[in-house]
Write a protein that binds this ligand. Structure first.
Ligand SMILES: Cc1cc2nc3c(=O)[nH]c(=O)nc-3n(C[C@H](O)[C@H](O)[C@H](O)COP(=O)(O)O)c2cc1C
Length: 209
């Protein structure tokens, strides 16, 4: 039975557009996968390991092929716990608001812990970089206060979807689909119908995911 890992990046609860769209997706996914399991990582309540000087040192040493020290073992164990939980999933749902043209810092923190040599990506002098995560489906649910459609003033600052697809592809996840709801900040007259539309799209997507 499949396990779906839901990584939730909005700090808002009932008011969150991305969470409401993700809920519609999950309701229909659960209906179509009665024996399936949903593992949820709420990035605002989850205690992620810090990724500081120790983590950065471990990563750079590992990349350079330097033998680990005994202190590195503890760092590795913390990182490994996060990667193991991620790798245990068969499918992924990432619900995420745009913050300052990219993703909230909690999701960036998660990515900084997860993207590690030997765990989620590899490097070979002949081949270059390659992902170590088996290519499993990823559903992105992305929300934004404004619009980043081609021709819009800030379209060139769209680093939310492009960043997520880029970094997921880097670790091996290329089968990525996205439901994008824009203009959440334009008031209910605009956002209510857009939310209904995105939720309906999510319910359909959840049936066959
Ligand atoms: C700290 C912060 C930064 C934001 N930055 C942007 C931004 O760069 N572009 C944008 O269109 N909306 C931005 N917004 C608006 C959110 O993307 C919008 O409210 C979205 O609906 C949030 O998703 P959520 O309702 O699931 O939390 C920002 C909101 C916050 C709180």
């Amino acid at each position: 039975m499949p396990t779906l890992l839901h990584i939730s990046a909005s700090p808002l609860h009932e008011g969150s557009f991305s969470s409401r769209i993700a809920d519609a997706f999950l309701a229909s996914w659960r209906e179509s996968n009665p024996g399936g399991t949903v593992d949820t990582i709420n990035l605002w309540t989850e205690q992620l390991p810090a990724f500081d000087a120790e983590g950065a040192t471990w990563k750079l040493k590992t990349m350079a092929g330097v033998a680990p020290s005994p202190e590195d073992a503890a760092v590795y164990a913390r990182i490994r716990g996060v990667a193991d939980r991620f790798l245990a999933a068969d499918k992924y749902l990432i619900s995420c608001p745009m913050w300052n043209f990219s993703v909230p810092y909690t999701l960036k923190h998660y990515i900084d812990v997860l993207v590690q040599p030997g765990l989620t990506y590899g490097f070979d002098p002949a081949k270059g970089f390659f992902g170590l995560v088996p290519d499993r489906p990823v559903q992105l649910v992305l929300t934004r206060g404004g619009s980043y459609a081609p021709g819009q003033q800030l379209a060139h600052l769209e680093f939310q979807r492009s960043y997520l697809e880029g970094v997921l592809g880097f670790i091996g996840l290329t089968d990525t689909r996205a439901i994008v709801m824009e203009c959440t900040g334009y008031g209910p007259a605009v956002s209510d119908p857009l939310l209904a539309q995105a939720s309906a799209e999510a319910a359909v997507a959840g049936q066959t995911f």
